[in-house]
Design a protein. Structure first.
Ligand code: ADP
Ligand code: MG
Length: 277
């Protein structure tokens, strides 16, 4: 694909100017419960603007829960509770009066299983987020948005001549890139990715990694991955989460990815990144 040089166009109402400053995200003392069970405890961590931050750690340590807390999806889960603060550019996304839908537009999410609308055309899939976000755009603006979003997701060259194809007709890797395009269409400041490549083959995985790396200059990215090579290839910063049967998930260690992998301060980090558990 061509390098993604076309900036997201300003869509009336919400989309920021091209070349805008990137946003950072921070949590302070975030604690989370499902019912009586505490699954995260006092997680304080900053994800820096313009960086790709990788969240790593064994299954069940709370990485997905942490991501859902960041964009107010956690509260959609029955029995879920939360304490602490999440700051997007210094403003608490849980402040009274803040609309969850607006938070979710500014902080997008891509899931492990590609979930395009299977019967909907590629074109309509990409612009589907606009309606949900209450963004009005003309036909011309939408055309431009579809092209620029698909280009940035590295999918344009493969599908530009068949935008009427249903989303479900694409390969798994293409479906995931379609989901990335759909997320980008509403001009999020932060893109959360929960193991976006775990359901994909190695070739598709590498293509998405390239896409992610290029997106870094447009959107702040937080990616959960179990793939240690992937964490090292795409991220600049990294946080290692750990929980045990009687300890809720917390961050054991965080810092520049290179340092975490070559010179971990904590023995448990060393064991994990070296595949010893
Ligand atoms: P990870 O993504 O690191 O594998 P999760 O955030 O999915 O971890 O899960 C953290 C803990 O919370 C796990 O013990 C899991 O069983 C529990 N959990 C996750 N989702 C729910 C839910 N909807 N209801 C109850 N417990 C949950
Ligand atoms: Mg998970």
């Amino acid at each position: 694909d061509d390098p993604p040089t076309i900036p997201l166009p300003p869509v009336p109402g919400t989309a920021p100017e091209p070349g805008r400053a990137l946003s950072g995200l921070e949590t302070r003392d975030v604690t989370a419960w499902f019912g009586q069970r505490k699954v995260l405890e006092r997680v304080s961590f900053a994800m820096r603007a313009g960086e790709i931050t990788a969240l790593i750690g064994p299954s069940g340590c709370g990485k997905s829960t942490y991501l859902r807390i960041l964009n107010r999806m956690h509260e959609m889960v029955r029995g879920a509770a939360l304490a602490g603060e999440v700051l997007l550019e210094g403003e608490d996304v849980y402040a009274p009066g803040r609309r969850p839908a607006e938070v979710r537009r500014r902080i997008g999410m891509v899931f492990q299983r590609p979930n395009p609308f299977p019967a909907m055309s590629l074109y309509d899939n990409v612009v589907s987020g606009l309606k949900l976000a209450g963004i009005k755009a003309t036909r011309e603006e939408r055309d431009h948005l579809v092209e620029s979003s698909l280009r940035q997701a590295g999918l344009w060259n493969e599908v530009s001549n068949r935008l009427g194809t249903p989303g479900g007709a694409l390969s798994g890797g293409q479906q995931q890139r379609l989901c990335i395009a759909r997320s980008l269409a509403v001009a999020p400041e932060i893109l959360l990715m929960d193991e976006p490549c775990s359901a994909l083959d190695p070739t598709s995985t590498r293509r998405i990694e390239e896409t992610i790396a290029e997106l870094r200059h447009r959107v702040t990215i937080v990616i959960v991955t179990h793939n240690m090579q992937q964490a090292q290839r795409v991220s600049q910063s990294c946080a290692f989460f750990l929980a045990s049967h009687d300890t809720p998930g917390r961050i054991v260690e965080s810092g520049p990815t290179e340092r975490l992998f070559t010179d971990p301060a904590d023995q448990r980090t060393a064991d994990y990144v070296n595949g010893r558990f």
